[in-house]
Design a protein around this ligand. Structure first.
Ligand code: PMP
Length: 365
């Protein structure tokens, strides 16, 4: 292990999860439900599935390394140049590519905390320095972010809506932030959950792309509202010049044929997107009402997941819920020891969660 550089050995790994089948085997149950990873409870977009079937016979060929049709369609939809669209193996890969392109030892990356854990892990892997800025009232503190910038800062991550808190930034806050931002930093606006946010509460990071200003990278994914998490496909929209640097760093065939075809079909599956939004909105209304009735405190959200306050260590609640066959996420790894995070499920899943949660709270009391 002396062969491994110290900045790699120091990384605390992303919380591993066992396969559901294995968890069920250990607990002697067969019908668990998973509300832990902010996935789409409806399953994949049906149009995406049909597109995948059509491509199966061509799998002996390499994928289109330039993802030409998908980039062109994304660019058309968002009204940006297609040279600025970069596809990744999940938006995770875009996050990693931006970091590998810009960061080396001695350079700093400003990351609100708690936020998506992968930012920090990727910066550490690249040998960079993480500068953490605590949230304020569970919301990203943009003034705090500005104060954290030094001459070594190259990159800033803003997750909007923010995982795990589900909060969004106001347009006004964003505008003022960009006015004060130094020009020689890059800002990543991670919009993995933007499709769930109400239209008047948010606006895209794209609105702030300005040829005079600093480089802004907006990342989005097919893993959430489009229901394609298992395929691993996401993208970043950025200045074409920055995109050209990311292309030098990325693997030539980083996104598979099936993922490209499915994403292209899903992108135009408006009916599915509407159903995904509706199932989340209806699920949230139900869960809020029932949690209110139980007297349980939670954080209202702009996404498909939310935080619930628990009276004991969140890991204990996670374990007790697991025994009830309901997989949720304990927030200990995010520094929130008294919170669990749940994703909104189908109506019957939400009901089952509530029954189990009420029982577990009584047990642990
Ligand atoms: N950003 C945020 C905030 C996320 O929560 C996730 C998924 N958990 C991602 C990015 C990455 O998603 P993917 O790689 O599946 O596109």
């Amino acid at each position: 292990s002396h062969l491994v550089p110290s900045h790699i050995a120091a990384i605390i790994p992303y919380p591993p999860g066992k396969p559901i089948e294995e968890l069920e085997r250990e607990l002697g149950i067969t019908d668990s439900i998973k509300l832990a990873s902010n996935e789409n409870p409806l399953g994949p977009s049906p149009r995406a599935l049909a597109a995948i079937r059509e491509k199966l016979a061509g799998l002996h060929r390499y994928p289109d390394g330039s993802a030409y049709y998908l980039r062109r369609r994304i660019a058309e939809k968002l009204n940006v140049p297609m040279e600025g669209v970069v596809l990744g193996n999940g938006s995770n890969e875009i996050i990693e590519l931006v970091i590998r392109t810009l960061i080396r030892s001695g350079l700093e990356v400003v990351i609100p905390n708690p936020s998506f854990l992968v930012y920090e892990l990727a910066v550490q892997a690249a040998g960079g320095t993480v500068v953490s800025v605590p949230l304020k009232d569970f919301t990203i503190d943009l003034d705090g972010v500005l104060r954290a910038i030094t001459h070594r800062t190259r990159l800033i991550f803003i997750n909007n809506p923010n995982n795990p808190t589900g909060t969004v930034l106001s347009e006004e806050a964003f505008r003022s932030f960009f006015q004060q931002l130094p020009r020689d930093v890059v800002v990543v606006i991670d919009e993995a959950y933007i499709e769930f946010a109400s239209r008047d509460a948010t606006f895209a990071g794209l609105d702030f792309v300005d040829s005079q200003g600093p480089w802004v990278v907006t990342t989005r994914t097919f893993s959430k509202a489009y229901g394609l998490a298992g395929l691993r496909i996401g993208y970043g929209v950025m200045d074409p010049q920055l995109a050209s640097f990311l292309h030098r760093v990325r693997q030539p065939f980083n996104v598979g044929t099936l993922a490209q075809a499915a994403a292209l079909a899903a992108l135009d599956d408006d009916a599915f997107l509407e159903r995904s939004r509706a199932v989340v909105q209806e699920g949230l209304a139900f869960l809020y009402r029932e949690l209110d009735a139980l007297g349980v405190r939670y954080l209202p959200t702009h996404t498909n997941f939310f935080l619930i306050a628990v009276p004991v260590d969140a890991k204990k609640v996670y374990e007790a819920m697991l025994r009830e066959g309901v997989i949720i996420r304990a927030m200990n790894a995010y520094g929130l020891d008294r919170y669990v995070r749940i994703s909104v499920g189908l109506p019957e899943e939400n009901e089952r969660f509530l029954r189990a949660f009420a029982k577990v709270l009584r047990q642990l009391d």
